[in-house]
Design a protein around this ligand. Structure first.
Ligand code: B3K
Ligand code: ZN
Length: 863
């Protein structure tokens, strides 16, 4: 695939002012007539040829200013429509294309999901509908007329407000939608089908009433209430916190079963994966409820950060995605618990982004080159992008941050903007030079920071020496120092906060020292509080220091971090063969936390959740042996199970007893989380009483959270109770695909050699289909996330994954490429496994006719 470079950006030669789409829906022969009012771009100096993008398109007709275009005046291929010598002034083009939605298995452009017509255009799917300058800096006003068989598609939706609808003869009908806000083509959407819906209204801060509708397949309307509630809370929150009001008369969400990702923010017509809309206590876990809330909010927030202000080009993707993730994280923090949200977000960042940043797929938050843009919807663009904005707020303070956001909305409303323009707003609002800070966008890799403190008893000073270093990443062999905001506090050895003047240290050189004065006793350092910067931190803290923080740090994040640090120390020592080392400091810390009635149960649950196998592999970083890691983690959990039995049982009993009707709110979810974390550890050794307890909870549960937690506790053990539970889950929910996904995932996670055969058998099961992305991710994606089994020493896991990806590729390249994300850490494996992974990747690279998506990912994974 050819390289697209940021430095090659040129403004479009032609602009499109209005688009009129006339779509005649049909399963195999849908007809699209696009009428484009175009004019030369006064800001461009390039050639004046008209070059429109296409992808697998079939042109049936074209007119220019009402006259059929002479075949010698244009060239049409499936990928491009070129008019080499168009008139010099404004023109109207009418382009007719014919599509086959029923065979569109890529799920890009116009396709059918369970008979429902829907579209997905980001990033480059609009060109699968009609020829168009399919780039985000071409913004136009769209009017969409949809016509369809009324029985097959009684509901016809598109962006904007509906302006007209009616019946025509032959049982057909139509609807016209007009979106007054100019938008790029990637935000276009339409839907047609026989759908159920729920509706509500929202009164905006200026007093306008907005109709809210959520459309789903028939029989699912009763599962939409939580999504609707999340939507209304998001709309209110964006008004209160960012001053952003909704702008159309209607806001719609449509949920479909076949979708390549989570959801899509099309203007006024969000299209969602079923998984992030449908919920009932019976079928959705607390984690599902939290994701629905976060994703509904995320897509809604895009209305301002993404739609009203969009991206000039795809290199600026983090402009909308990093910012919108930041906004949805803030929303969840406000709706639930800020401390717990931060712990969860950092856990996720380390699991998915730090791993990416340390391997062959590392890339800057704003890349300077890509070959397939769909491969850049990554944790780096999204999660690290959000971290940069959080750091910016820490650096300039909340007030200037808000003023910078206001300025951005004010100045760039209606624009296709760049990162530079965004940062300039904050530089102006805070009167600061943010040039060096902006390097976070261009330099890849996670900085490692060493913080070493020395207390001088005589001088009563505490000197903190800070050193930063970022390892090379592909294409960036040497790195510059980053601007790293470090929130700091000092405690005495009894855990009392010391009064110090310095709270925020900005490390912006390779090394620097800070001195605290008037420090009368040896301090304990709490640094990178609230995870103020996305870095890997090493300190010279003693184990006693870490215990002080684990017991007393007033920053919940760092208190949780201290406990993780104690656990990690034990785990790494164990992986390296030091089996005799004591877990006493960790056990003390956990006993403390379990006994502390003032702590939120959700926090205690997070403290009990030991570092994952992936976390440990990241810490070890080189020569990783997944089996040794698995054994160490199992041994630690076994020790906790033995040593904390009484307090775990007490925690379990407390929250098992306080059960009322299911409520998905944060407080109830936190109580369930603690109860289930306790159950998980109680059962970690396979103790017969604990297994019986888990089996009983599975059987008696009145909600999916408790049911899945019980199954997760049984899952690591090769016992009949586990197999009975798998069977019971299937029998009860065989007609509910979203629960079937949980059933598939849990089986794919079993840490036993037999899992490999189980996976292969499950692909033949009638509940499974390679055509549905949710099923594939639930089974194959989860297997790729099973560290000990995907990384089987014989390499069979690698081969299976790559062969599966190659088989899926012709049908759905995006899905195939996503699966390959499992190889982002292959280079840190021990030599035997690394060789097997490399061989599997090389076999893919040699396969014929790879999609651009798969070829790009494999090429980079091997580079
Ligand atoms: N913007 C979409 C993602 C589109 C992915 C295209 N491959 C969803 C989101 O981030 O909100
Ligand atoms: Zn987004």
């Amino acid at each position: 695939p050819i390289a697209i470079r940021l430095e090659d950006y040129r403004p479009p030669d032609w602009l499109v002012d209005t688009v009129h789409l006339d779509i005649d829906l049909h399963p195999t022969e849908a007809r699209v007539i696009a009428t484009l009012k175009m004019r030369p771009n006064p800001d461009a100096d390039g050639a004046r040829a008209i070059v429109l993008d296409g992808d697998e398109l079939k042109l049936s007709r074209i007119t220019l200013d009402g006259k059929t275009l002479d075949p010698r005046a244009y060239v049409a291929t499936p990928e491009r429509l070129t008019i080499p010598r168009p008139p010099s002034g404004p023109i109207t083009l009418e382009i007719e294309t014919l599509l086959n939605p029923s065979t569109n298995t890529q799920l890009m452009g116009l396709y059918q999901s369970n008979g429902i017509y829907c579209t997905q255009c980001e990033a480059e799917g609009f060109r699968r509908i009609t020829y168009f300058p399919d780039r985000p800096d071409v913004m136009a006003v769209y009017t969409t007329r949809i016509e369809a068989d009324k029985a097959a598609a009684p509901i016809l939706l598109a962006n904007g407000n509906m302006t007209e609808s009616g019946d025509i003869d032959n049982g057909r009908h139509f609807a016209v939608w007009h979106d007054p806000f100019p938008k790029p083509s990637y935000l276009f959407a339409m839907v047609g089908g026989d759908l159920a819906f729920i509706e509500d209204t929202f009164r905006t801060m200026s007093g306008r009433d907005v109709a809210l509708k959520i459309y789903v397949e028939h029989g699912k309307a009763h599962l939409c209430d939580y999504a609707m509630d999340s939507l209304k809370r998001s709309m209110r929150w964006d008004e209160e916190v960012f001053g952003r009001e909704y702008d159309l008369d209607i806001f719609m969400i449509v949920a479909v079963a076949d979708f390549n990702m989570g959801a899509m923010e099309n203007k006024g017509l969000n299209i969602f994966n079923d998984k992030y809309v449908l919920a009932s206590p019976e079928t959705a876990t607390d984690a599902d409820y939290a994701s629905i809330e976060a994703i509904v909010a995320h897509e809604y927030f895009h209305n301002w950060t993404g739609n009203r202000i969009t991206c000039r080009d795809w290199f600026q993707l983090c402009l909308k995605e990093g910012l919108t993730v930041f906004r949805d994280q803030e929303f969840s923090a406000d709706q639930r618990s800020a401390a717990l949200e931060r712990i969860g977000d950092v856990r996720n960042l380390r699991a998915i982004q730090f791993t990416e940043d340390s391997g062959p797929l590392a890339h800057p938050v704003r890349p300077s080159m890509y070959r397939e843009i769909n491969n850049f919807y990554t944790p780096t663009i999204y999660e690290k992008g959000a971290e940069i904005i959080r750091m910016l707020r820490v650096m300039i303070g909340r007030e200037d941050f808000r003023r910078g956001m206001d300025l951005y909305f004010d100045r760039h409303d209606g624009d296709a903007a760049t990162i530079e323009q965004f940062i300039a707003c904050f530089a102006e609002a805070s009167k600061r030079d943010l040039t060096h800070f902006s390097q976070w966008y261009s330099q890849a890799g996670t900085p490692h920071v060493a913080a070493e403190g020395q207390w001088n008893a005589e001088a009563k000073t505490y000197r903190l020496d800070l050193v930063q270093n970022t390892l090379p990443t592909p294409g960036q062999p040497s790195k510059e120092p980053q601007v790293i905001p470090l929130a700091v506090a000092l405690f005495d050895e009894q855990g009392r906060a010391m009064k110090t003047d310095e709270h925020l240290i900005v490390l912006d050189r390779a090394s620097q020292s800070v001195e605290f004065r008037n420090i009368k006793s040896r301090p304990v350092l709490s640094i990178n509080r609230e995870f103020s910067a996305p870095i890997v931190l090493r300190t010279n803290a003693t184990e006693e220091d870490t215990q002080v923080l684990a017991a007393h740090d007033t920053d919940s994040f760092n208190r949780w971090q201290a406990i993780q640090t104690l656990a990690m120390k034990w785990l790494v020592a164990h992986v390296r063969g030091a089996e005799a080392n004591t877990a006493a400091p960790l056990l003390d810390a956990l006993k403390n936390v379990l006994a502390d009635r003032k702590l939120a149960p959700a926090f205690v649950a997070q403290a009990l959740a030991m570092p994952t196998e992936g976390d440990i592999a990241g810490e070890i970083a080189k020569n990783v042996d997944p089996d040794a890691i698995f054994r160490a983690r199992k041994a630690l959990r076994g020790t906790l199970s033995e040593e904390l039995r009484a307090s775990l049982q007490a925690a379990y009993d407390t929250y098992a007893a306080s059960r009322g009707p299911f409520n998905p709110d944060a407080k109830s979810a936190g109580e369930r989380a603690l109860k289930n974390a306790a159950l998980d550890l109680l059962a970690a050794n396979g103790d017969a009483k604990a297994i019986a307890l888990a089996a009983r909870q599975f059987a008696d549960a009145d909600n999916m959270t408790d049911r899945m937690a019980a199954l997760a506790a049984l899952m690591p053990h090769d016992i009949p109770e586990r197999e009975q539970a798998f069977k019971a889950l299937y029998d009860r929910f065989e007609n509910d695909p979203l629960v079937i996904d949980k059933w598939l995932t849990m089986q794919a996670m079993v840490p036993e050699a037999a899992t490999f055969d189980r996976i292969k058998a499950l692909t033949e099961h009638k509940a499974f289909s390679f055509k549905n992305p949710n099923r594939v991710r639930a089974l194959i994606g989860a297997f790729a996330g099973n560290p000990s089994q995907f990384n089987r020493p014989d390499g069979a896991g690698y081969r299976y994954l790559t062969e599966t990806a190659v088989a899926i590729d012709p049908q759905n390249p995006q899905l195939a490429a996503r699966l390959m994300g499992a190889f982002k850490t292959w280079r840190r494996l021990e030599p035997g496994r690394a060789a097997a992974a490399e061989a599997a990747l090389k076999a893919v690279a040699k396969a014929p006719n790879l999609s651009r998506d798969l070829a790009d990912i494999v090429g980079r994974a091997l580079a």
